[in-house]
Design a protein around this ligand. Sequence first.
Ligand SMILES: NC(=O)c1ccc[n+]([C@@H]2O[C@H](COP(=O)([O-])OP(=O)(O)OC[C@H]3O[C@@H](n4cnc5c(N)ncnc54)[C@H](OP(=O)(O)O)[C@@H]3O)[C@@H](O)[C@H]2O)c1
Length: 322
Amino acid sequence: MTNATTVKLQSGASMPLTGLGLWKVPRDVAADQVYAALKAGYRLLDGAADYANEKECGAGVARAIQEGVVTREELFIVSKLWNTNHAAKHVEPACRKSLADWGLEYFDLYLIHMPIPLAYVDPAVREHPGWTTTGDDSGEIRTERSPIHLTWGAMEACHAQGLAKNIGVSNFCSALIVDLMCYANVHPQVLQIEMHPYFVQQGMIDVCKAYDIHIMAYSSFGPASWVELDHPATKTLPSLLSLDTITQIADAHDATPAQVLLRWATQRGITVIPKSSNPARLKENLDNTSLMLSEEEIRTISGLDKKFRIAGGGDPRINIWA
Ligand SMILES: NC(=O)c1ccc[n+]([C@@H]2O[C@H](COP(=O)([O-])OP(=O)(O)OC[C@H]3O[C@@H](n4cnc5c(N)ncnc54)[C@H](OP(=O)(O)O)[C@@H]3O)[C@@H](O)[C@H]2O)c1
């Protein structure tokens, strides 16, 4: 249990326990939203090449620095290597491209976005290929033979050159973590994974604790995190935000259900990165750490576990959760 607002990584770096997620933030509003978040007190930004808004997010950061709202040193900026750049020779160029887009000299944390090696797509052909690896709109997914240990070696080279102060992984299962620990020369600082009361992942928490890897949780609101994508999960399970268990705990603390869901993670030392385009909710989310849940409340929330993963599925050749 912690009442801190930051965490110290194994590397010694200090990272906020609450940050701003940048997925699904449209380009035309990204600069303003990042700027507003920094003004509201956010210091951790979770970006990725695949979110296709790094230039705009960087513009928001530049404005905040220019106006004296923050200094670069006060920020903790995260980016992620997209699946089409897993071949060792593509890792550094991809990292440098993301840095150039952000207008930064280094990332505080650079993650392998997914353990899925897709065929390379030249950025000149398609800057943000997503899952489209043929360079056209056919929707066909092509994989390539890029084993993770070689990708990780190239991530270590980015770290050695000072492009990434810390490196880590996302969407890795425990078997891949155990394997990674067999060859990593630079310690993986963070694992970013889906985590909410319907998907508690206690086993993964235990694995990461054993290896001193910090967990950064995404989709903290469960199905409600996926409303904008109209994901089927939003119809399969009741929203955590209106569930009696959560609303009763929220009422008892004069807090909001969203704050309870975030605090359930941060109080156990897990970082959260909710995205909001709403100024009031931005502040509400950041303020989750002013709340102190009892151990029994945390246990009750964890008891909602349904081992229900929302992210993933799709083409069986890349179904990393099967
Ligand atoms: N590594 C990966 O593969 C991966 C996968 C998914 C996500 N992520 C990262 O994690 C971040 C967050 O996860 P997420 O995108 O799944 O969704 P999320 O940020 O957990 O949820 C976003 C949704 O919740 C709403 N919301 C935000 N604050 C709220 C509040 N206080 N009360 C009620 N509703 C609220 C937002 O609406 P409004 O904007 O209208 O407030 C939006 O519809 C992403 O931005 C991304 O950085 C990483």
